[in-house]
Design a protein around this ligand. Structure first.
Ligand code: PLP
Length: 360
């Protein structure tokens, strides 16, 4: 068996430790005589798995007690609708920041439910930068402010947390959650699809301040109502049990390896190595303003795009897979989440040097 370095943006690599433990527990979890997939979600065994995963996530992220943590379905994309449905609280306007493709999707969905006030946008710069906070035009009557701390496709990331005062800040952290330590208390709500930096697809994690729950519009479907979901401890219906379990193994893996301070240092170093290679080798280019470059998703182009196919094919031969860029950006994209080992970056950088030498 040869496992490759998989640079996919999502579903993405999982830690080998997590996969090994899952495989050891595949046929029988502890002494239950069955796999986690076969357990009742309301049985003692799964309830303990669920509770432990939540406790570990709370410890990892230092989530304050006045926040609920939910393990939901529907992906981050369902949150694009659930957020206005639940958080407008009788208001007619919400503030959104437009920094790329995912911001745009959140905005277009929110427009079905409210007036969207785009407080700042980097579209005129082709989403290669982050709007300076001093330029934001916040509306004091807005129910919340939504932004995307890391744009997975553009590879552009906020290097600050906006201070929106009393207006709750809502963050789509799908591609940056758990990549470093953050202060959860600065947010009204954080959400993330699991398949990038948490675990398998099919799970969405929502972390929300309690006082924001309970004001959903009357038309809100029960499965989309944060009050219904949180009162049922994310078990209003059958939750994605196996994804929840694997996410829990991932939280343990992070805790056992120094927590978010340590992984944050590793992630910064991994990203820096890759950007250094892109900047120092003439063949490669990354258009993002340096201070806003993502630690998690690193897009780059070849100066001569005729070489793209050859680059990808030679990279794949070296076990460097899924480097093709998003169709909207072209070129390459290396997604380097927590589970991408540093040796994957070293191998990629080595290959980039060789390829440049052969093609200069
Ligand atoms: C991948 C991604 C999404 C969509 O996630 P789904 O779970 O597939 O709905 C939304 N926002 C960001 C920032 C993403 O990276």
């Amino acid at each position: 068996m040869t496992r490759v370095y998989n640079f996919s943006a999502g579903p993405a690599m999982l830690s080998e430790d997590v996969l090994k433990q899952a495989s050891e527990e595949m046929l029988e979890w502890r002494d239950e005589g069955m796999s986690v997939m076969e357990m009742s979600h309301r049985g003692k065994a799964f309830m303990s798995i669920a509770a432990e995963a939540e406790a570990d996530l709370r410890q990892l992220m230092s989530i304050p007690d006045n926040y609920k943590v939910m393990f939901l379905q529907g992906g981050a994309s369902s949150q694009f609708a659930m957020i206005p449905l639940n958080l407008l609280s009788g208001k007619k306007t919400a503030d959104y920041v437009n920094t790329g493709m995912w911001s745009k999707k959140a905005i277009s969905e929110a427009k079905k439910y409210c007036e969207v006030n785009v407080v700042a946008s980097s579209e005129a710069d082709n989403f290669t930068t982050i709007p300076d906070f001093s330029s934001w035009k916040l509306n004091p009557d807005s129910a919340y402010v939504h932004y995307t701390p890391n744009e997975t496709i553009g590879g552009v990331e906020f290097n600050y947390i906006p201070d929106t005062g009393n207006i709750p800040l809502v963050a789509d952290m799908s591609s940056t959650i758990l990549s470093r330590k953050i202060d959860v208390s600065k947010f009204g709500m954080i959400y993330a699809g699991a398949q990038k930096n948490i675990g398998p697809a099919g799970l969405t994690v929502v972390i929300i301040r309690e006082d924001l729950i309970g004001n959903a519009m009357d038309i809100t479907p029960s499965m989309m109502n944060y009050q219904t979901l949180s009162e049922a401890d994310s078990m209003y219906n059958t939750p994605p049990t196996y994804s929840w379990y694997i996410a829990g193994l991932g939280f343990k893996w992070l805790l056992n390896n120094g927590g978010l301070d340590t992984i944050g240092e590793v992630n910064q170093r991994k990203a820096q190595k890759l950007y250094d290679a892109i900047d120092s080798i003439d063949l490669y280019d990354n258009p993002v303003e340096k201070q806003y470059r993502s630690w998690m998703n690193v897009p780059f182009t070849l100066k001569n795009s005729d070489l793209d196919a050859e680059f990808l094919s030679q990279a794949a031969d070296k076990g460097l897979k899924t480097l093709k860029g998003h169709r909207s950006v072209g070129g390459m994209r290396a997604s380097i989440y927590n589970a991408m080992p540093e040796s994957g970056i070293d191998t990629l950088v080595e290959f980039m040097k060789e390829f440049a030498k052969e093609n200069s």
